[in-house]
Design a protein around this ligand. Sequence first.
Ligand SMILES: [Zn+2]
Length: 335
Amino acid sequence: MKDIFFTTVMALFAISSLQAQTDRPSPHFDIKPLAPGVWAAINNDHYGHAICNAGIVDLGREVLIFDPFMNIDAATDLKAVAKKLTSKEVKYVINSHYHNDHIRGNQLFKPGATIISTYQTRVDQNINEPKERAAEMKIADKVLTSLQEQYKSMKNPEESELPLWIADFEGIKSSAPLLRLVVPDGTFNEEMWIYGNDRDVKIVEYRDGHTTSDCMLFLPKEGIVFGGDLLFVERHPSFSDGKPDEWYKHLEALEQNPDYAVYVPGHGPVGGKNEIAELKNYIRDLQKIVREGIDKGLSDEAIVQYPVPERYKSWKLSRFYAENLKFLASIMHKK
Ligand SMILES: [Zn+2]
């Protein structure tokens, strides 16, 4: 009896210390083990500076990182956690698309790693990043102060998603003096494979979904997909840089593929087929709202006032909702 008690206590201790090491190894993200040698790093939406989700994949002799986060402090922690979990060096870093939250950690993995994206993502990083950083610097102080004041004056601040946006601008400010533009060294079109000692991974390009060019990472043996921003779970996606109809088709193909069951989104918790279906519903529901508004002769300004449907009310990143309606109205008015 005593032995069983001792063994149980030791086992619980081992589990809790393992969880302490892996679940919250950084204030910026949580680690979720998905399979032996495969982890999702999920942004901590309460003041975390990762901003997007990342993946850590042990290929056997070396490690692959999918989307190295937005900020230097979070990416530094990601690199340290990857080393601690695998005892190996990072050889590949994949950028799912050009948006700042998925690429700015690149510099932490140079020299040493090869940064890979689609050809178009590299082009878009070179064009957009300098402009985006200049624009951010003009507004960061003002926006951060205003968000912090809004938070202080809220009745139920704990229920708000403001800490997520405050973290966004805190990260922009703290990373700014350290940032270098480090774009991919290697590009591909359509599809590429990386062959590791323990596992092979496939990276597939998807055109005109969330942006002109996004890619997803597929782990065939484990049935796991790292989706970047083609997948959002319990978060409003952002339409305005892509084509929602094309995005819908990509989601449909993903949903119908029987070989994959675990989907790591660019934002939000890890999901399954249901979460893909939910994102498809979201696209169609918002298109319907805008179509009905246009048919009634409403202005774009009136259409964007339409309240968030009940089923999406708990989703974070809520500011994208009105932006999405505005974007849809702008393209659907032309049809
Ligand atoms: Zn994005």
